[in-house]
Design a protein around this ligand. Sequence first.
Ligand SMILES: [Ca+2]
Ligand SMILES: [Ca+2]
Ligand SMILES: [Ca+2]
Ligand SMILES: [Ca+2]
Length: 258
Amino acid sequence: MRSIKIVMLTVLICLLFRPGLPAGAKDVEIDPYEMQSVCGRFQLAKLIPLDNGHAWGFVYADVYGKIFVKRATQKGWKTDWELVNLGAKVRNFFILDIENDGVQEMVIATMSGRLLIYSMGDYRNIWENLEDDFTSIEAVAVKNVDNDPQMEIVVLADKKIYIIDALDKSRQWISSREFVATEILIDNIDKDDQQEIILNTGIIIDTKFRNVEIEWNRPFGDKILTFDINSDGYLDIIGEFSDYSILIFDTYAQREVW
Ligand SMILES: [Ca+2]
Ligand SMILES: [Ca+2]
Ligand SMILES: [Ca+2]
Ligand SMILES: [Ca+2]
C-alpha cells in the first residue's frame, strides 16, 4: 500500500513539474481541419504541408508587408521563416511547384510592383523581376496556361496583362489593351483546349489567341470562383461583392445563371 502511494506521488510530481516546460504550459494539439477552415476565410493565409507532409505550416502576409511561415510543433507555432524586406504590402502569394521539379516555390506579388520567387525547400530567393520595374501589381495568378510543363505567372501590372514563363522568366505576352481588375482567375470555361484568363471586372480572355472572348457590362464580383453550378459541363463564375451579395454568371449563356 505504501509503495503504491509513493508511485502515485511520484507520478503526480512528474506531471506537475515536467522538464523543459514553463509553468502552466502544455502540449498543443493543432487541428489541421480547424486551421484549414480559418485559412479558407482569408486570401493571404494558407495552411501548407512542410517536410513532405510530415509537418504543418501556417503562412500569412501581415499588415506591414511581411510574410511568415509558422511551423506546428508540440509547443505551438514556431517561426520557420520570415520575409521582412518586401517594402510594401503583399498583393497575393502562391505556394506551388512552378517549374515542375518536385520542389515547391513561393511566388509573391507586392502592391508596389515586385514579383519574387523563393524556394520552399531552403527559403532561398530564386528570382525577382528587377528588370520589369512595375509601379504596381493589381492582380496575379499562377497556372500552366500553355503546352510547356512549367507554369506561367499571369500579372495585371500597370494596367497591362503580362504572361511570364515560370522557368525562364521570359515575357510571353503583354496585352496591348489596358485592363482594370483586382482579381484574376485562370480556368478552362469553355470546351476548347486552352484556359481562359478571367478578370473579376467582367472580362474573359483566351490564353492561346489572347483575344477578349467575353466582355460583360458588369463586374462578376470582388472575389470570384469558378464552379459548374448548373451542371451543364461549363464552369460558371460565382462572384462575391464587398457587401457579401452573390452573383452567378453562366459562362455558356453569357448571362446570370437563373
Ligand atoms: Ca519547383
Ligand atoms: Ca506552361
Ligand atoms: Ca478554354
Ligand atoms: Ca455551368
